[in-house]
Structure formats: structure tokens, C-alpha cells
Write a protein that binds this ligand. Sequence first.
Ligand code: FAD
Length: 510
Amino acid sequence: KKTLRLILGDQLNYRHSWFNEASDDVFYMMMEMRQETDYVSHHIQKVVGFFSAMRAFKDDLEEKGHNFFYLKINDSDNEQSLTTNIKKLIEQNEIEHFEYLLPDEYRLDQQLKNLCEEISISTNSVETEHFLTERDDIADFFKGKKQFLMENFYRKMRKDHDILMEGTEPVGGKWNFDHDNRNKYKGEVPIPPAYSYKNDVKAVISDIEKAGIKTIGTVDAENFHWPIDRKQALQFARYFCRELLPYFGTYQDAMHSEEQFLFHSRISFALNSKLISPKELVDKIIEAWEENQDKIKIAQVEGYIRQVIGWREYMRGIYWAKMPGYAEMNFFEHDRKLPDFYWTGKTKMKCMEKSIKQSLTEAYAHHIQRLMVTGNFALLNMTDPDEVDQWYLGIYIDAIEWVEITNTRGMSQFADGGIVGSKPYLSSANYMHKMSNYCSNCYYDHKKKVGEKACPFNSLYWNFYNTHRDKLAKNQRIAMMYRTWDKKSDQDKEELLKQADYYLEHVNEL
Ligand code: FAD
């Protein structure tokens, strides 16, 4: 039977069983489309990264004997829509059977399901063979529970996949070594240079420009440093294991004005496009640890593995358990606009300036910058979660809805009312000062709560708790904050709230 198989841009799994054998009857289809480039303003590096990785994927598999239909963004027969392109190819080539890899995005899943109902040939969908869990595993695991505790899921993953286990016990006697991790970075150990490629992406950029796609951020056309094929992704992972893993956990939460990447792996693009699988990555981490036990401690290894087999799989499961409703959730009913400086980095708050400017130049910020700097401020500003989502979905090279929305709307904005997290991630300047050196070189004074040059995070923090008392005071994990607030004098409270009002009103001038 003449078969058409669809591969989406984030389904670049070179090791998928589809490719075990080439066949004259099987045709693969990939396409660059306005449908995907235009649903938000993406960072230029994100569009370049996906198009480059897709083109390299097709070239590699074509060389191995597989047949491809590949539509580039400016091809005249490209209809720019997923379903129109598929229908047209089926008709033009007298295709008798259509297959697709299960998408990770709800929108595409719906589109393909509907398409299969419309067309008259037989159809089939198969797993991408990337994740350790299946779409509905989380929903089954937490059936009947209001809150989905990541820790419980993570322990199950460790046991089910026999990762860092000694029989039924966790290696090192503990499931979690967070206590040993999470220091401020004061230059104690040098940070190895960021591993990067000098991919020449001029041709892809020229195609994007010709198509008139609206993007944000900047790109170095001759030195595109993200991995764009499997070989590069594996080299990236090896470099991480050798050079960065020894201090990953220790500085996992640290932020530094002169260090954009610290000891982070920057592997999320390679993972999310499926150039590399989580299992391969975890195997490499464990191998590196077993071979270098003198240099790499269990706390580093556990800290990393928790992110990959814990948080990443967990977020995917939440997404499938809660979509499509999740994308509408707005627990606090926030409706303010995202401040203009999110698009320029032009603000006097050093932590925000550094995190945003770096996002615009690198299409990357590490987790704590996303959560405790830009995410934290967006929440304190009481921003409409739709606006926050759109920003995160566009700006990062690794941003794909299943993992972006659960982190942004869920973990960072608490818009799901406590499915992902048990309380909002909020902090005043105190945390910023504790975990970074941003405050030492800032226009604002991190110690000041009110008055001139008082750090905005301080008054906005109390204002937030005061505003949302109804929704938060019953939360056991937050009750103490209200006791502290209630102990403040009326005058202190009034000054803090006045300061916050002023800052909210003039947020674009901060
Ligand atoms: P490392 O710190 O080296 O961690 C290793 C890997 O663990 C990551 O590559 C990632 O695959 C996984 N991981 C770590 N934390 C998480 C997490 N919370 N959820 C899922 N996987 C995790 N991650 C994305 O992949 N895409 C996104 O669009 C995205 N949006 C985010 C938005 C917000 C507001 C927040 C707070 C976090 C977001 N994250 C997202 C999670 C995390 O910040 C990134 O995965 C990480 O910064 C990527 O950089 P890295 O590869 O250097 O990660």
C-alpha cells in the first residue's frame, strides 16, 4: 500500500522504528508552514533552529534511502496549512494509507484527528518513541486527586525504570538531595566555556526573511550555536556530562549577571525536538557518574535526573490530563498587560534587564531566571496569563506548548490554582539578593521597601498577598505570610500598598 507518513518539526527522532527499513511504498512528509511560524511571535533562533534541524533530518534520512516530500517555507506549492498540504499530497500521489506520529500539542492532535475523519483512506497514529511515559499515565496515576504531587510521580519513575535504585531503595539513601544543592555562585569554581557550534544558517535566515515571518530577538547567522542534528545533540550531552555535571546541582538555582548559562545543560531544544531522548540522556549521566565518582557526586546526578524523568515527563502528563481547559485557567483573574520592557529589556531593575536581554540575544534563560525573575515579576504585576504564555511561548528556543504552558501558567503564574504547585512561586528582593549578584549593581536598593529607589519586588510582593487574601489565606503553606503581614503596623502596610500602587501605575517606567 502506498503510504504517507507525517513528521512534525518537533518529532525528529532519528531512531524511530519507522526508519528501521526503507521502502519504495513509504513516503515521508515534512513541512515548514506559516501555520506554525505565526501563532505567536517566535524568537528568530527558534524558527531557525527548527527549520535547520528539520532540513538536516530530512537530508540524513534521505541519504539512508527513505523517500521524502519536503515543503520549504517559500515553495510555491506550499499551502502553509497542515491539513491542506496533507490532503493535496494524498491526492496528487494517489496515497492509499496515511500515518502520523502522535503530536505533543493539543491543537495539532485535534487537527490531525479531524483530518483523519475527513479523508477516505485508512489512517493510523503511532507513538513518537521519545518519552518514558505515555500521554495518559499521569492522569491515571493521580486519578481522583486534586493536586498532582510531582515528588510521588518522580519516585514511581525511579522505581519503574530502575534509575538510581539499589533494589527498592534510592541510591545514596535519599530520594532528594536538594538540601545539598542550590548555592549562590561566587566564582568558587570556573565555569567551563559554553559548548557551541558554528552552524552557518544564512540560507535559512534568508528564507525566513523572504517569507516575511515576524520574529523577535537576534541571531548570529554564521555561528548558530544550538545543536541542529543528532550528532551535535549527542556531543552537547557528552560535554555536559564531562564538564558541567560535577557542579550542576550545586549552582542549579544560582543567577549571575555575567554568566548566562552557569552549569546548565542547554539541552532542552535537542530534547524537545527529539534529536535526543530522555532515556539516552539519563543513561549518559549515569555512565559519567559511575566512571567519575570522585568528581561527580550523587547530589548532582539526582538533581539533574529529577528534572528530566521527573519534571519533564510530569509536565507532559499534566498537559494531557488538563487540556484544553488548562489554557483558559486564570485562578487570580489577572488582566493586566505584560510590561513593555519584556520585549526590549529596557528597565532599571538589573535582574529583569539581564534576564530579558539575555533571552532576546540567546533565546535562552535558565529555570530560575524564568521562574523567579521574569515569571515572578509577571505574577506580581498581576499580568493576564494569556500574555505571559505568549511571551514564554515565543521567546525561548525550547518553547513548545506542552512544556511551556504547564511551566508558565501552572508553576510560575499559579493560574491553575494549585495543580502543579502547592503555592505560588513569589519572592521579594531578598531571594534575588540571596541567589544572585544582580542587586549589587542595580539602580534600586534591594533592602528598601518604600521610598525612592525601593526595589519594586518588595512592595509588589506584599501588595500581591494583600490583594489575594481571599484566595490564599486558607493555604497552610502561606498562612505564615499573613501572620507576618498582620503584625505590621497600619502605617507600614499603608506605605507598602501606596508604593505598590505607584509602581503598578508606572510599571513601564520601572
Ligand atoms: P537544565 O537546567 O540543564 O535541565 C535539564 C533538563 O531538564 C532541561 O533541558 C529540561 O528538559 C528538563 N527540565 C528542567 N526543568 C524542567 C521543568 N520545570 N519542566 C520541564 N522540564 C524541565 N522548558 C522547556 O523545555 N520548554 C519551555 O517552553 C519551558 N518554559 C518554561 C517557562 C517557565 C515560566 C519556567 C519557569 C520554566 C520553563 N521551562 C521550559 C523549564 C526549564 O526552565 C527549562 O527546561 C530549562 O531552563 C532549559 O534549559 P536547560 O536545558 O539548560 O536545563
